[in-house]
Design a protein around this ligand. Structure first.
Ligand SMILES: [Zn+2]
Length: 199
């Protein structure tokens, strides 16, 4: 519809989550209007995050090094693993100060509609961790929506036979919502009130 670089920008923006064709156009024309320096700051922030930030070898959290700050920290209890969908959910749980263990970031939730199956998530690594480390409890803190619940049930069935205690954070969170939008007190309560499942 537009010429070369403008259309390329619209196409790239349109690939971002939550950005439809109209928003992509609006953002592209906004970027055309701003100063070169401002646009370059955005471009640099994107390049730097790709160059400097990686995923933790153990838990798949974002990390500047091979291991993230939680996997590196000897004060964090390695016998407890809290499973979350995305790094932003981990941040939400950290804010509650309820958890002193380690994390495992799946990279999403099982969603047949979106074509996301167990093999697309960091599930095999979780099973390996539970099998090799001295893990006593796996806390499933996936989102309280259809995909998050389906993922929790799948993991409970998978991990149960390994003899580890598997718990799910309590209901009471807004159904259909995301952990990251829950306030600290609600999420803290959901965490403290977790129940064993799949036993
Ligand atoms: Zn880690």
């Amino acid at each position: 519809m537009y010429e070369g670089p403008v259309q390329d920008l619209i196409d790239e923006l349109g690939r971002l989550p939550g950005i439809g064709p109209k928003s992509a156009q609006r953002i592209a024309f906004h970027l055309l209007k701003i100063d070169t320096a401002e646009a370059e700051r955005l471009a640099r922030a994107i390049s730097e995050v790709k160059a400097k930030v990686h995923f933790c070898r153990v838990c798949h959290n974002v990390s500047e090094g091979d291991l993230c700050q939680f996997c590196r920290d000897p004060r964090r209890d390695a016998t407890l693993i809290c499973v979350v969908e995305e790094p932003r959910d981990l941040v939400a749980i950290e804010r509650t100060h309820e958890f002193r263990g380690r994390y495992h970031v799946l990279g999403g939730a099982i969603s047949p509609i979106d074509g996301v199956g167990p093999d697309d998530l960091a599930i095999r690594d979780l099973v390996t961790r539970v099998g090799t480390d001295q893990v006593s409890e796996v806390i499933l803190a996936t989102n309280p929506n259809v995909e998050g619940e389906a993922t929790a049930m799948y993991l409970a069935r998978l991990l149960g036979p390994l003899g580890v205690k598997v718990t799910r954070i309590a209901s009471g969170l807004p159904v259909g919502g995301d952990l990251e939008y829950a306030d600290e007190i609600t999420l803290g309560r959901a965490f403290a009130g977790r129940r064993e499942i799949g036993a």
